[in-house]
Design a protein around this ligand. Structure first.
Ligand code: GSH
Length: 248
């Protein structure tokens, strides 16, 4: 049986969400490195990759048995859950599933702005993200955290009281800001969000998926050097390889 192929790099938030789902479900896959934004070989804007994923971003999943390819992390996670019957993480009930879908749509331009407003400007200086855009993204994130904090006051997870793919999607963005990772945003005003982050960090697969960020460490004062980024990526891939080997 040929394994599904996940294209991307472990530094990418959407890629981490898909990796986490598959590791959580102990579902083997092969990772192929794709350089986000590059038009060169193995780049996400290279014609070869665009033929698989016309949006030109990572992640992308390929089923080598059927040739089916799919971009967009949330579409990939929903597809994997449907295909494999993972109804614990993507509930079958009409309203529960609709709520998971609500979050997956809401995420973009809200929680996802954590990356645009806080992380990308420090790691990807080459993108030269205008300050006005960073500030607007930070404001969007603040409003989204306020809304999630209220939501998490009387439920343990983004949807109800059990883990769903909405939690993976949200954590890879919000979680990256924590002191043990990039430490670029003070999350202390949102205590319910903090409680949820702590619970999520205990979930199967969390540590493997977050090796790149743990290795990168605190970037609040100084942007990371290229050397640190390369080592973090290498160690993250090593950790993923070991985790996948353990799945057999
Ligand atoms: N909405 C997409 C966003 C994917 C995305 O922004 N990926 C970034 C890396 S984190 C990327 O591939 N950027 C390269 C580019 O835009 O050229 C998803 O959730 O999958």
């Amino acid at each position: 049986m040929s394994l599904p192929v996940l294209y991307g790099v472990p530094f990418s938030q959407p890629v981490r969400a898909v990796m986490w789902l598959m590791l959580y479900k102990k579902s083997p896959f092969k990772m192929v490195l794709i350089n986000p934004g590059s038009k060169g070989d193995n780049g996400s804007r290279n014609p070869e990759y665009l033929a698989k994923s016309p949006g030109g971003t990572i992640s992308c999943l390929e089923d080598p048995e059927t040739g089916f390819t799919l971009g967009e992390a949330h579409a990939i996670m929903a597809y994997l859950c449907r295909k494999n019957g993972w109804t614990d993480l993507y509930p079958e009930g009409l309203e529960e599933r609709a709520e998971v879908d609500w979050y997956l749509h809401y995420h973009h331009r809200n929680v996802r702005d954590a990356s645009l407003g806080l992380v990308a400007p420090r790691i990807r200086k080459d993108l030269d993200i205008p300050e006005v855009m960073q500030l607007s993204a930070q404001a969007n994130l603040g409003r989204a955290l306020e809304a999630l904090n209220a939501r998490l006051a009387d439920q343990s997870h983004i949807v109800g009281n059990s883990l769903t793919i909405a939690d993976f999607a949200a954590y890879v963005e919000i979680g990256q800001l924590q002191p043990q990772f990039t430490n670029v945003f003070d999350l202390s005003p949102w205590s319910n969000v903090q409680r949820w982050l702590a619970a999520m960090s205990e979930e199967e697969g969390h540590d493997t998926v977050h090796v790149a960020l743990a290795e990168l460490g605190d970037i609040s004062q100084e942007p990371p050097t290229m050397e640190v980024i390369k080592t973090a990526n290498k160690n993250a891939l090593g950790a993923l390889k070991s985790a996948l080997a353990a799945l057999g």
